[in-house]
Every structure is written in structure tokens, then in C-alpha cells.
Design a protein around this ligand. Sequence first.
Ligand code: ADP
Ligand code: MG
Length: 615
Amino acid sequence: MSTSTPQTFEFQAEIKQLLDIVIHSLYTEKEIFVRELVSNASDALEKMRHLKLTEKDVFEENKELEINITTDENAKTFTIQDSGLGMTRSELVENLGTIAHSGSKAFLKSLGDSGQKNANLIGQFGVGFYAAFMVAKSVKVYTHSWRSSEPGHVWTSDGAGSYSIEPAEDQSRGVKIVVELKDDCSDFSKEWKVEEILKRYSAFVSFPITLNGKRINTVQALWLRSKNEIKDEEYLEFYKFQAHAHDEPRLRLHFSADAPLAINALLFVPKENTERLGFSRLEPSVALYCRKVLIDAKPKDLLPEWLRFVRGVVDSEDLPLNISRETMQDRALIEKLNKVITKRFLKFLDDEARNRTDAYNEFYGQFGHFLKEGAALDYTHKDALVKLLRFESSLTEKGKLTSLADYVTRMQPEQKEIFFLLGPNREALENGPYLEGLKARNLEVIFCYEAVDEYVMSNVSEFDGKKLTAADRADVKLADLPKPPQEDSLPEEQTATLTTWLKETLGERVAEVKLSDRLVGSPALALNADKFTSPHMRRMMKAMNKGGSEMPVHVNLEINPRHPVIKRLAATRESDPAKAKLVAEQVLDNALISAGLLDDPTAMVTRLYKLLESV
Ligand code: ADP
Ligand code: MG
């Protein structure tokens, strides 16, 4: 049969089924057809670029390698033209009429080993082209091959059961696809709509794309370029474009890996943590690409929740193993990616902390909250995260931070635990009674100022084999550690009598009254008798239990037999029992105030006036 007259072909039976799957269920969004046609055009250009290096007789050899898209709202068409390698008549039959035949895959094979590694080619399943039929009444493919001797052709189909091929005069090199849109898909003939889709999915395609004459892709896929060729300005421009940001990034990590997965990633930490400024919860937005083509702009599980402040791009060649590329059904693959990237990012932060300590601490000031969240909740990465936590301590200057690792190097020889205290700020902790005993023994105490710290410390629970211990807990044993210098103390026997009397006098308000081994400058302190009475816990319980009955405060009172107030109290107990009772209650209330545990000060104020009367 002559090849100059239209010839009609039946699609293979399988291809009819495939078309049905592609049109009705493979893709969840119709707009994906744009991405697929652009990817094919890009592949065709990449192949052409390659062929030009080796072939002599190339049709229209000097034609620019580019993609031009036009829309026509009146005609309801979407047209995409590339100056790639084009197709001969037999290639049209083979590539567009055979089930799951990928010319791209065959091309890679023909290149041998070096071809297997060409990361610039996107296609390999031989189904993307059919996505056009989700939106098309008919599709026409005009083409002229790069081979000068071959004539031009047009391939036509409505995607139902057959296609036809006939000769076409005056074709330029490459492929021009005219998609005549279904009535309910006429949106794809609107420029703004197509522009939006192109910017979303195809912003990083390497060849120039124009839409109705206007250039669309201006930013390069920086993540695929080599680090030492990229200038800071380029990174900045990329960050602003990709993260829709206006600031300069605080940190940047650009890395690639081959095993266990091929990954190219470019990640940024923004300048400010907007969550901390009270804006809404950040959404994970490191985008997932496969060979420069967007798979998902906000993949949920690509990174752990606590990394939701990170911006940027992850590109993995291994992704198209999943045929639709659009929905990541492959959980195992995403989990693997997640693990590799998270590990790498944590190592990066660790390096930053070591080598650029000041910058790291500034980062920590903004984003430390997320690391704490991870340390408390993410068991997989807990150890690496705990190393990255920073705190003020009784031995740092105000505003200076220490790590737990550094704390450990400063521990006393007898010391087995890491001590911490929770409080609203440094001043409150330094002036409160809890620090005295530890300070006198040269024991360092980590200071925690944030409400979440109590939760974090109890979940982390130990570091380097050492328990994290709240220094205001009743069961902290300082007795075994070296004693602070002893001063004039109330004799042992009198102290014993006084503690017994105090317990009787204060009754239900205290669980126990004891001699303190930790007080130096204060007369007394209140310790948590059980885990429900930490100030933070009480505030939470109160908030949850609005208007309900108050929880009774239940504390251990420790007294300092070296303090003048306690010595005077011992004497007053005998000379003026009524007054001594008032003083005892006042001492307890003062201790509760220091602990942040006094809920209602009215009784205290009345009593204080009574005491003042007797001055
Ligand atoms: P894939 O891109 O995964 O190979 P497609 O269904 O998207 O599968 O395309 C099938 C084949 O058709 C491609 O491999 C290619 O050989 C050919 N093809 C599609 N679009 C073009 C184009 N614009 N220029 C040249 N060949 C093309
Ligand atoms: Mg394709």
C-alpha cells in the first residue's frame, strides 16, 4: 500500500484497555497531561542534543532547541511544539500505537551503559502520551524526523479505537501536537490556566519553554548542578522562587547521594520561624521531583513532622519506578527517602554546631523548638536530636548555651545524674532556693524556661547513660555528694523537735518536714511530693479543670537549720507558740511562692499583717 494516502490503524486490543485506564484512573488530575507532553518534548530535545554530537546529516540542524506552547480559546485547542528529534512514519506507529512502548527507554538502551545513566530523560513507561486523551476530542501529532531523507507526517486519533497516519508537507523538525479539547476541558485553552500548570510542574525543565510567546521557565534546577559551580546569588534566587520567600535563608544544605537511593537535594532553613511569631502551624513543603519534573509540592511524609520548617527540593531518579509518578503509593520508597534525608540533615546540623557555633546557636534560638519536639517524639532520631539541644545552665553566662555533651564533661567525679530546673527565667532560678544546694557542691544545673521543656526532659529521660533529673524533686539525693561548708547550725536534737512540731502545726498542707541537705541561703524550700504538683502540671490541670475543685498542694518542706529564721523559730516555739504558728505557716507559704505553687495569696496576706502588728 502507498504511504502517501491516509492509512487507518486499529489500536492493539491491549492499548484500548490501557487508554481506558489512563483516561479514567491512572491520573487523579486532568492537568497532568500538560506535564506529560512537556516531559516528552523535553526528552525529544535531549535526544536531539545528543544526536547532534554524533550525526552529520541533521534536518534543520541549526534550529534552536526549545518548546513552544500556544493556546486558542476560540478554537479550544492546546498546542505544543518542540524542535526535538521528531518521528518517522514507522516510529509513529511504534511509539504511539504500541502498548507501553517507550521510545525513550529504547533510546537509553541503544546508548548502552552511558545511556542508562542519563538522568535528563524523563520518560520510560510509554503511557504519558495517552494522558492527552483525558482532555481531548482529538489529538493530532505533526512531525518531521531529524533524518533529512524522511518526509513529514501527521498522526490523528480520537483515542477511541483507531488512529490514522498521512503525509504532511512543510513540517519543521520535531513534533507539534494539537489537542482539540473536550467541551468540559476548555480551561486548558486559557493562557492563565496553562501558565499556572507549567509553572507548577515544569518550572525546571532544562530547555526554554514559551507560552504564547512568553518565556515561562527562568530558574534552573540548581539541585542537579555541581555545588562549586553555583554562586550564592543563584542559591538565593532559587530559594526565593522555590519557597515563595522574601527573606534570605539562614542555612543551606546541598547534597547528593547514590546509595541506597539516587538523591539530589537542596534544602533551606528560612531566617525566621514564623510559628514562633504566632503564625499558623507550618506545612511540610520540601517538594518532591523526579528528573526535574514535579511529583508533589507538599509531600506529607517525605520528612518527619518536626522538620516542617525546612524548604527546598528533593529529586530522586528512583521515583518513576512508580508508574503514575503522581500519587506516591510506594510507602516503602518514601520511608527510605525520609530516613536518608533526615539523617543527612541531622549530620549537617551537627557539623554546623561544631564548626559555626554562633550561627548554630542563633538558628537554635529560632528553630530549637522543632528539635525539642523531635527529641521528645521521634524515637528513630532521638539520639541525634538530643545531641543538638542547647540550654543555658548555672555555669553559662546569661544568653550563652551549652550542650548536654559539654555538661557531661564538666560533671563532678561523684555525680551520676544531669540536673535541670524549670522556671520562667534565669533570674527566678538563680534566686530560687533549689539551686543553692547544688551550687554549693559545684553541681551544674541545666536551666529550662519553656513550658515544653518539662515534657521534653521527661521523654528524653537520659543522655549518655546519665539520668536527666529535675533538681526540685523530693527524691533527689544530695547527701552522698560532698557537703557544702557547715556553719553554725541548730543542734540536731532541737532540729528534730522542730521538724516534728512543724509537721503537726502545718498538718495536711505538707506531706513531710525534713532537714535539708541542699539549702544554703534560704530558710526553707518546698519539693514536689508527687509528680502532679510541678508548677507547670498544676497550671495545666487548672486550665483543663476550669471552675472545678482545686487540687490540694502536696509538698515536702525542707528546712535549713543554719538559717537565722529557723533558729529563731525554734526559740519562739517555746516562748510564744501562737506567734510561732504564724511564722511556720508563713515560711511554708514563702517556700510555695518560690516553687510557683501558691494559688491563693489572700490568707497569706492577712497573716502577714498580723505578724507585722507584733513588730
Ligand atoms: P515515555 O515518555 O514514558 O517513553 P510516552 O507515552 O510519554 O512514554 O511516549 C511514548 C513515546 O513516544 C516516547 O518514548 C517517544 O519515543 C515518543 N514521543 C512522544 N512524544 C514525543 C515527541 N514530542 N518527540 C519525539 N518523540 C516523542
Ligand atoms: Mg512521556
